[in-house]
Design a protein around this ligand. Structure first.
Ligand code: ZN
Length: 278
């Protein structure tokens, strides 16, 4: 019998994203500050539907908004790693990358009493060390790569791409990759950003964006018996009124499709037990 699972994931970047982007002035920072206004709205919506979710939360956010992070945990959601201050890992040395993971895990554990078991790298950036460091830290799952759309798979270390030769896949690790996609991320769809380097137009109609997302879930239900679709939200993006109305409608339509909602750690554990393989 066909079934499908949807993971609602929220990257609670708050102010850290703007600091990491070098846009730390009062205007952009206030956009991050709005993320903290949005989180209680999201928690109310999720609890009204009894939906468990995963919140990828930088250590910086957790230390800035400890009460909100405790509320997220108390509501039964998963808290997982997302850098300390949203630093792109490709700009870090291996030692710095390890230090960021350890420090952030300690912060989340101290606040919630629970050691995080999952990670999502800021902006889905990766280095050749990232997966090995996650394994070293004892994490069980990651949600940053895009090698599939509906089936989790083991994250690898040691991939090589020598010039003029075929790609050489490395060794699978114990980290379960629960894949994501830019096409299923609210931030580029909704947020308007203009800097000297780039213009990100954003500001799309949420109904139009979510129609695409629903079609991705419909396709999963026709092609896979036990697939998983990960949707990525940012409180500072989704928390605006018209988008919250659209999220409420999206959840209703997903329920009509008969999908289950699960935290990413639940999906990773089920994958280990042989689920979500076809
Ligand atoms: Zn982020």
């Amino acid at each position: 019998m066909t079934s499908g699972t949807v993971c609602l994931t929220f990257d609670f970047d708050a102010l850290s994203r703007w600091i990491a982007w070098g846009l730390a002035s009062p205007g952009p920072l206030s956009r991050g500050e709005f993320g903290a206004v949005a989180v209680p709205r999201i928690l109310r919506l999720l609890s009204g539907h009894d939906i468990p979710a995963t919140f990828y939360t930088p250590g910086h956010t957790a230390e800035t908004y400890p009460d909100l992070v405790r509320q997220i945990a108390d509501a039964g959601h998963e808290l997982a790693l997302h850098g300390y201050c949203h630093e792109p890992v490709s700009e870090l040395s291996e030692a710095q990358e390890r230090e960021v993971l350890l420090r952030s895990a300690d912060i989340l554990e101290k606040l919630t009493g629970q050691r995080p078991s999952g990670c999502r790298t800021p902006s889905w950036d990766f280095t050749e060390h990232t997966v090995g460091l996650m394994a070293e830290l004892g994490l069980s799952h990651d949600s940053s790569l895009m090698g599939h759309d509906y089936l989790p798979y083991p994250a690898r270390t040691g991939d090589r791409w020598p010039a003029g030769e075929p790609y050489r896949f490395g060794s699978p690790t114990g980290i379960v990759e629960v894949p994501v996609s830019w096409t299923l991320d609210d931030f580029p769809a909704f947020e308007f950003i203009r800097t000297e380097q780039l213009v990100m137009p954003g500001l799309r109609r949420p109904g139009e964006v979510f129609a695409n997302w629903l079609d991705d879930v419909r396709y999963m239900l026709t092609e896979y018996q036990d697939g998983v679709c990960v949707l990525t939200f940012h409180p500072q993006a989704i928390g605006r009124g018209h988008r919250m109305i659209a999220l409420r409608q999206l959840i209703a339509e997903l329920k009509d499709l008969g999908v289950r909602f699960a935290r990413v750690d639940t999906v990773a554990e089920a994958w280990r037990q042989g689920r979500h393989r076809r």
